[in-house]
Unconditional design. Sequence first.
Length: 79
Amino acid sequence: MSFVPVIEYIAGLVVFGFIYWLLDGILNIFKGLGVEDSTTYSVYPLLTYIWFGLVVVYLVFGGIWLVRRYNEADMQGGY
C-alpha cells in the first residue's frame, strides 16, 4: 500500500497552513493601522468566509480524491 496520496493530501494542508500564516500576518498589520474600521461594510468578513470555504472545499473534495485514489486499479486494493 502506497502512502504517496496521503503525503500529497497532507502537503496540500501544509500549503494552506503556510498561506494562512502569511495572510494572518498581513491582516494583523491592516488591523493595527485601523484600515478595517474605515468603511461601514468591511471586506474582511467576506474574505474570512471565502477562506474558510476554500479550506472546507479542500478538506471535503480532497478527502474524496484521496479515497478514490486508493480505489484506482493501480493501487493494491483497487477494482
